[in-house]
Design a protein around this ligand. Sequence first.
Ligand SMILES: Cc1cc2nc3c(=O)[nH]c(=O)nc-3n(C[C@H](O)[C@H](O)[C@H](O)COP(=O)(O)OP(=O)(O)OC[C@H]3O[C@@H](n4cnc5c(N)ncnc54)[C@H](O)[C@@H]3O)c2cc1C
Ligand code: FES
Length: 542
Amino acid sequence: MLRDAQYPPMTEHAPSPGDEPDESTLPGEPASIWLATNPETAFPPLADSTSVDVAVCGGGIVGLTAAMQVAAAGFSVALLERNRIVTGTTGHSTAKLTTQHGLKYDTLRTKHGPETARRYAAANQAAIEHVANRIRQWDVECGFERKPAIIYTEKGDHGSTLRAEREAAWEAGISATAEDEIPFSTAATAGLRFDEQAQFDPRAYLLAVAEQFEAAGGQLYEQTAVTDISNGNRYRIETETTDETSTTATVGADEVIVATQFPIRDRLGLFGRLYPKQSYVLAAEIAGDQPEGMYYRVDEPYFSVRSASLDGRELTLIGGQNHKTGQGGDTAERYRRLEREARETFEIEEIVYRWSTQDFASVDNLPYVGHGGPLTNDLYIATGFGGWGMSNGIAAGLQLADMVRGRETPWQRAFDPRRVTVRESAEKLVTETVNEGGQFIRGWMKHARAEPTDLQPDEAAIYGREAKPVAAYRDRDGELHTRSAVCPHMGCVVEFNPAERSWDCPCHGSRFAVDGSVIDAPAIEGLSSIDDLKRDSEPQPD
Ligand SMILES: Cc1cc2nc3c(=O)[nH]c(=O)nc-3n(C[C@H](O)[C@H](O)[C@H](O)COP(=O)(O)OP(=O)(O)OC[C@H]3O[C@@H](n4cnc5c(N)ncnc54)[C@H](O)[C@@H]3O)c2cc1C
Ligand code: FES
């Protein structure tokens, strides 16, 4: 019997049936700090068909910001969220709200010109001020604090890179100053500081936005997946609830905002211009004082630090170890590496939470925000924030709401998703997204034949059956879960993510639970069932 692509259990010893899950090798409770410390929501699923001016698909930072703005302008709005609001990437963000996004401005002015760099800076600055104003206006408690954002390098030859970044930031309208000392890094060789930036708790903030959205007459539906969007005279949005009733309904709308991170309706070939990156975060109690600012090491791998005060508890959020989704190998090891670096950097008293999530980057370093197709003037998308979608996501929500109202936002032209891809991005496309082709072909060829009878508890593998790849996971109780390993988005073969116990697609970042249900778009449908495989693989009577 040939078995391929076997994934180890998360434990470092082979578990025996009946063993308690040994998560001792991974630090902290597996939960995002924002989800663990904020209330759950219970908005109803969409039970009956409805009709509105504007439908918003997706309840993350983009969807909620846009929905609120449009509702406040007097439109009737329905927001449709597949799971619960703010439980996607936004609920797992590190949530620095900044105009400083690693090494950004020198790249933007070189690739797109100084005007585009200025527009990018203006969009993100406006987003910070928008949040600050809303918090004042609504009296929201969401840990919003003004802090400096500091990038630094530990490489001797990066000094000139940071000087160029400083000059480009000034040119884009942002004051940046050299920072000589990084308190926790003796290896730092250069730093750059942006003052008057901010950090916050995105879930606490967006739960307040949701409340205000409802108060403004908005309709909010959770556990309501958008399964199709078609247009005739108006848009017709098909939905199906993700609760036990699987109720179907439709929403008629004049305009649609697709805020599902990777757009579930892709009329622009974004699958070839976006790539997903997964990263890891630890929330830890450290000895001594919290770092004064928000820090980001621009070397590979990046290393991110910020503080968070919650319920009188001071925690430090430490992030890093990113990789292309579905190509991270032993993802549990990513947490361990991050923990090792965190312990080398700080005196850690306790790691309280750990989590990981993914964001999409565009091949030309600018988000895609605006019209969602060559001929669709009333369907809008927002994606490609490259790991910086707190301020970019707010700016996108503001821009899309303005577009619905027929207004032009000052930064809109920089982000048009229909822009022509420049030569540099074509090169990036080759390195970042064309490797998905390799995943596709290798994926099919390597899964020849086998049966999942020998999987241990908490172990997963891809098996070949009748020349079709099958994703098999045996849970800790010994039950086998088998689904087709073919991603319903565009047919790549999924990979097991042992740290999160999910099946992740290496092509465009769709993620699935072990029961096949969708965790992350662009997939709309889950992994299809393999009805007979499970029965056949059970021990048969002699
Ligand atoms: C580890 C990590 C740390 C980060 N830290 C920062 C940071 O410090 N600062 C910063 O600026 N950015 C940060 N980012 C990036 C930022 O968090 C994201 O760019 C941003 O949250 C994306 O928001 P969104 O609204 O587009 O997506 P999401 O928050 O994922 O929202 C999309 C929503 O759409 C829903 N959906 C999907 N499909 C459907 C469907 N078919 N029907 C209905 N609903 C659907 C999903 O369930 C989800 O709720 C980080 C990213 C990562 C990975
Ligand atoms: S996400 Fe596109 S093929 Fe899987």
